[in-house]
Design a binder for this molecule. Structure first.
Ligand SMILES: Cc1cc2nc3c(=O)[nH]c(=O)nc-3n(C[C@H](O)[C@H](O)[C@H](O)COP(=O)(O)OP(=O)(O)OC[C@H]3O[C@@H](n4cnc5c(N)ncnc54)[C@H](O)[C@@H]3O)c2cc1C
Length: 415
C-alpha cells in the first residue's frame, strides 16, 4: 500500500530520537523531519559531509505527518515550468532511489509505477488543457492529448460522452510508496551524519534587529536550546505557527483531505490516475483503488479523521458517472491527512526569507510535497551552502514572493 499504510509507524525513529541536544552550535537546524525536512538533511549531508545538521521533530512516530498519509503520486501535468522541473527531478530521483538511499546494503523498494495521470476536460475546459500541453511539451514533459474516441478505445471502462479531451502522461507520471520514501530519506540522512532530536520548537533567539536579524538558536518547549548557523522551517501543515514565532506571517493552513480505499468487482485495465473535470481523482492501489476530492467548505484544522459523509454526499455518484463499473464499488476503509495549503497561490514556499537571512523555508507544498521534496531539499540545501539556487532554478517558488506580492500562476492545482 503506497498511501497511508504507514500511518503512525515510526519512519526512521529509533536510535538517536530523544537524545539530548548537543552542546555547541550546529550548522543547520531543521524544524520538522517529514519528507521535506528529511530531504533538506539528506542533501546537506550529501553535499557537505562535514556539516553538522540536526532535525528537530516533536513526534518521531510521525502519527499526523502528511508524509505518512499521502497518496504519493507524481505528475508532470503542471502549467508552470518550476513545478514541471521539480517533478521531473523527483521522478529521476525515485528511479535512482535504491542506489541513492541505500544504507548498509538495504536498498529501499519504492514501488514506482508510471501509468500516467489522465486529466479529463469537458468542451469548455479543452482549450485550457491544450494550452497547458504546449507548456508541458516545451519543457520535455511527454504528455499525449487524446480525443474522446481515442480515450474510449484505450480505456473502455471510461464514460467519455461528456468529454472533449484527455491528457495522459504514461511512462512519466504515476505513484510510489511515499511513506517508504520518507523512511528511506530520513534513514539515509542519518546515516550520512544528520541527527534527529525529539522536541517541539516553541521559539527562536535572534542576533541583530530589523532586516539584519539572524536566527541564533531554536528554543524548544521543554526549555532546551539549539544554537545554529541556519534554521529551516519544514514543519508541514504546522509551519504557520512555527513561522509566527519568528514574527513572520505565513499563509500555510492545515486543510484536511480524506482518501477513500475502495474495491470494484470489475478490473479497469491500464488504469492511470484519473482527474475528473469535476475535480475528484482516483487511481489503482494494489488490487483496490484510492480516491478523493476537495471538500466544500474547506476549513482549517479539522480533526484528522476521515469524513465518510463526503463519499455518500458527493463522490459516489460522480465516480459511478465517470466509471459505470464503480456502481458496484465497495468502500474498504479511509484515512485523512493535512495538505499544508499555501493560500497565497497553492505552491511551495522555498528558500531564505527576506527579513531573516539565515531562516530558510521548505513548506507550503499544497498537495505536491511528496513528489517535490527531492528537488526542494536540494534547492534549499544549495541556498544554505551557496547563498542561492544552483542545480535547479527554483526562484519562482521563493518564499520572498510573499513580500514581493508575486504569485506563481499554476492552473493545475488538485485541491
Ligand atoms: C491525503 C493526502 C494526499 C496527498 N497526495 C499527494 C500526492 O499524491 N503527491 C504528492 O506529491 N503529495 C501529496 N500529498 C502532499 C504530501 O504528502 C505533503 O506535501 C508532504 O508529505 C509534506 O511533507 P512535510 O515534510 O512538509 O510535512 P509533514 O510530513 O507533515 O512533516 C512535518 C513535520 O513537522 C513536525 N513539526 C510540526 N511542528 C513542529 C514543531 N513546532 N517542532 C518540531 N516538529 C514539528 C511534525 O510533527 C511533522 O512530523 C498529499 C497529502 C495528503 C494529506
Amino acid at each position: 500500500m503506497s498511501g497511508g499504510a504507514g500511518v503512525g509507524t515510526a519512519a526512521g525513529a529509533g536510535a538517536g530520537a530523544g537524545a539530548d541536544v548537543q552542546d555547541g552550535k550546529v550548522d543547520v537546524a531543521i524544524i520538522g523531519a517529514g519528507i521535506a525536512g528529511a530531504a533538506v538533511a539528506y542533501w546537506l549531508t550529501r553535499l557537505d559531509p562535514s556539516l553538522s545538521v540536526t532535525l528537530v521533530e516533536r513526534d518521531t512516530g510521525f502519527a499526523q505527518a502528511s508524509s505518512q498519509r499521502s497518496a504519493s503520486s507524481i505528475r508532470q501535468q503542471f502549467s508552470s515550468p518550476a513545478n514541471i522541473r521539480m517533478s521531473q527531478f523527483g521522478l529521476a530521483f525515485l528511479r535512482e532511489a535504491a542506489d541513492r538511499l541505500e544504507v548498509e546494503g538495504d536498498r529501499p523498494e519504492l514501488g514506482l509505477r508510471t501509468p500516467g495521470y489522465l486529466y479529463l476536460a469537458t468542451p469548455p475546459q479543452a482549450d485550457a488543457l491544450r494550452a497547458q500541453n504546449v507548456v508541458q511539451r516545451a519543457h520535455d514533459a511527454p504528455i499525449e492529448l487524446l480525443a474522446p474516441e481515442a480515450l474510449a478505445t484505450r480505456f473502455p471502462w471510461l464514460e467519455t460522452d461528456d468529454l472533449a479531451l484527455g491528457a495522459l502522461g504514461a511512462g512519466a507520471e504515476g505513484w510510489f510508496d511515499g511513506p517508504a520514501l520518507h523512511a528511506a530519506m530520513l534513514r539515509r540522512a542519518r546515516a550520512q551524519g544528520a541527527r534527529l532530536v525529539r522536541g517541539e520548537v516553541a521559539g527562536f533567539d535572534f542576533d541583530g534587529t530589523g532586516d539584519a536579524r539572524r536566527v541564533s538558536a531554536l528554543r524548544l518547549a521543554d526549555g532546551r536550546r539549539i544554537a545554529c548557523g541556519h534554521a529551516v522551517i519544514a514543519a508541514g501543515a504546522w509551519s504557520r505557527p512555527v513561522a509566527a514565532h519568528a514574527g513572520i506571517a505565513l499563509p500555510v493552513h492545515a486543510r484536511r483531505r480524506t482518501v477513500f480505499v475502495f474495491s470494484c468487482p470489475e478490473p479497469l485495465n491500464d488504469c492511470p490516475l484519473v482527474i475528473d473535470p469535476t475535480g475528484f481523482w482516483f487511481r489503482p492501489e494494489g488490487r483496490a483503488f484510492i480516491g478523493g476530492t476537495t471538500p466544500e467548505p474547506d476549513e482549517d484544522d479539522l480533526p484528522l479523521e476521515p469524513n465518510l459523509e463526503e463519499f455518500d454526499e458527493t463522490l459516489w455518484a460522480a465516480f459511478a458517472h465517470r466509471v459505470p463499473a464503480f456502481e458496484a464499488l465497495r468502500i474498504e476503509r479511509a484515512w485523512a491527512g493535512y495538505y499544508e495549503m499555501n493560500l497565497w497561490d497553492h505552491n511551495a514556499l522555498l528558500g531564505a526569507h527576506p527579513s531573516v537571512a539565515n531562516l530558510q523555508f521548505a513548506t507550503g507544498f499544497s498537495g505536491h510535497g511528496m513528489q517535490q521534496a527531492p528537488a526542494a531539499g536540494l534547492g534549499v540545501a544549495e541556498c544554505i551552502l551557496h547563498g542561492g539556487w544552483r542545480t535547479l532554478d527554483l526562484s519562482d517558488l521563493s518564499v520572498a514572493r510573499l513580500a514581493e506580492g508575486r504569485r506563481v500562476l499554476e492552473a493545475n492545482v488538485i485541491g
